[in-house]
Write a protein that binds this ligand. Structure first.
Ligand code: ADP
Length: 492
């Protein structure tokens, strides 16, 4: 197998900057691909957290003018990652989140910040850094979406281009008047370019120009070709046909390892499952829940947005009462939902505990201590928390959408009879179906032998990056081979 070099372009990367699963993927995929003989160097913005983490740096692209200030690209090691860092203080040296100001609103210059990232990605793709010449440029989400557009409108020979959609809900749309200021030619403002209903679409452009489109589960890859899930891009995605692939995410087994997790009360594995209840007791203490080992303890670790469907859980508080379940929720997002969970906790002391905010250790503690994890997403490109739950022995209760449908085996009667099943799925995604499924869960909880089998099945499931990394490596190699043949696609 020949060695392949990939330039990844991404706006967040674990453990340096994370707002969601995108960062987890960007952080874990390089090491997994190394095992496939694919070398990945990742271009990220030089946010303060990234600049602080840099251990060794050299200049890869000397200072140049970029959207009203000086930028340069560094090649750097940080947190075990091999990075290119776009050092552009006028764009990235600021307090707040990667995309938002401290008051929570989007930075007004986001189109320029991420156009700068994409331009640096295009420059690196075209040999801008001496000694680096990637076979593939792998862009992630709308923030890196213009990479393929800049390459398309550059006469020089380019590497193969791949865009991965982590969430089609975020598309990066901006007024048409920005075309020139963003450094795109008039020709780019076309139906087979960045034009999107009279606007500039960063992701739209990537979907039109990239050689391959991937998203993070096979079911989501199918769903986004339909008007219900396609967010206006389903027609284009249908037209791209076999260029669209679904490759499941994995999780980083060194970050999510219940046998060696310093954030949890008592490490455990399938072989030492008797240690797990100490984590449940800890969680009950931390969340002010009654110290009852027999109570069915539900966990939630989630952004609180319409997508995640946690309002459906709020609509089922009476069902929780009826089945005697407890609930420990960690989440942040829409204020009304945050308040609804705080109110629910106040009204049910000892039964519901809520933490509002983003907290990595508590996320691990919920996975380690809860009996089941509830994920009622209305759509879910892949989802990572259900994979963590499988590994940590919490039974996932999931909506049958996207990656949730692809990763959890529903414990229906036939599956149970065959000794299979790793969780519960429900569809349609309504409050009534979630309620019925929570009752189904309570019935399983009352049968410890069956429950233990499901937990064992879950903990034995391969949720690592091994298989996904092999799938990415194959896709990259197929694309390189196709381009060598002169663009004739191979259906493999
Ligand atoms: P999304 O990226 O749509 O938010 P994913 O399930 O793909 O959803 O990834 C979510 C990631 O963020 C997981 O690693 C999860 O543990 C983490 N996470 C979500 N909410 C919180 C929170 N409030 N505190 C800590 N970690 C969180």
């Amino acid at each position: 197998m020949s060695n392949l070099t990939v330039l990844a372009v991404v706006s967040e990367i674990f453990p340096l900057v994370k707002t969601g699963g995108l960062a987890d993927v960007a952080g874990a995929l390089p090491a997994a691909l190394a095992a496939e003989d694919v070398e990945v160097v990742t271009l990220v913005p030089g946010y303060p957290a990234v600049m602080k983490a840099i251990e060794r740096a050299e200049t890869a692209i000397a200072p140049y003018e970029s959207f009203g200030g000086h930028a340069r690209v560094l090649r750097a090691d940080a947190g075990g990652l091999d990075l290119f860092v776009l050092d552009a203080p006028h764009l990235f040296t600021r307090a707040g989140g990667p995309y938002t100001a401290p008051d929570g609103t989007d930075w007004p210059d986001n189109p320029f910040r991420f156009a700068a990232l994409s331009q640096a990605g295009a420059a690196l793709s075209l040999g801008g850094a001496p000694g680096f010449s990637p076979d593939i440029v792998h862009a992630h989400d709308w923030q890196a979406g213009l990479t393929a557009a800049y390459l398309e409108h550059d006469p020089r020979a380019r590497p193969g281009t791949v865009i991965t959609i982590h969430n089609l809900a975020f598309q990066g749309q901006y007024p048409a008047g920005l075309l020139g200021p963003l450094g795109l030619p008039d020709a780019a403002f076309a139906i087979d370019g960045v034009e999107y209903y009279g606007m500039i679409g960063f992701l739209k452009g990537a979907l039109a120009y990239s050689d391959r489109i991937t998203t993070v589960s096979p079911t989501y890859a199918a769903e986004i070709r339909t008007p219900d899930y396609g967010m206006g891009l389903d027609g284009l995605l249908r037209a791209r046909g076999m260029a669209v692939n679904g490759i499941l995410n994995g999780i980083d087994e060194s970050v999510w390892d219940p046998a060696a997790d310093a954030m949890i009360e008592e490490p455990f594995s399938l072989a030492t499952l008797a240690n797990r209840p100490a984590n449940k007791a800890f969680l009950q203490r931390e969340f002010g829940l009654d110290p009852d080992p027999g109570a069915l303890l539900l966990g939630v670790v989630s952004r609180l947005s319409w997508q995640k469907g946690q309002d459906l859980l709020i609509a089922n508080l009476d069902v929780l009462d009826r089945i005697g379940a407890q609930l420990a929720i960690l989440g942040a997002g829409e204020p009304a939902l945050e308040q609804a969970f705080l109110d629910a906790a106040a009204a049910r002391p000892g039964r519901i505990g809520a933490r509002i905010g983003y907290d990595e250790p508590i996320a691990h503690q919920i996975q380690a201590g809860a009996d089941a994890l509830v994920i009622p997403s209305r759509f879910e490109p892949c989802g990572l928390t259900q994979l963590c739950a499988l590994r940590y022995g919490a039974l996932p209760v999931v909506a049958r959408v996207g990656g949730l449908a692809d990763t959890i085996v529903d414990a229906n009667p036939m599956a149970l009879a065959a000794g299979l099943g790793t969780g519960l799925q429900f569809s349609p995604v309504t409050a009534e179906m979630l309620g019925a499924t929570l009752e189904r869960l309570a019935r399983l909880w009352a049968e410890p032998d069956v429950w233990d089998q499901l937990i064992e099945n879950g903990m034995s499931t391969d949720v690592s990056w091994r298989r996904p990394a092999a799938a990415y490596a194959k896709l990259f190699r197929d694309l390189v081979a196709e381009r060598r043949r002169g663009g004739k696609p191979s259906i493999t």
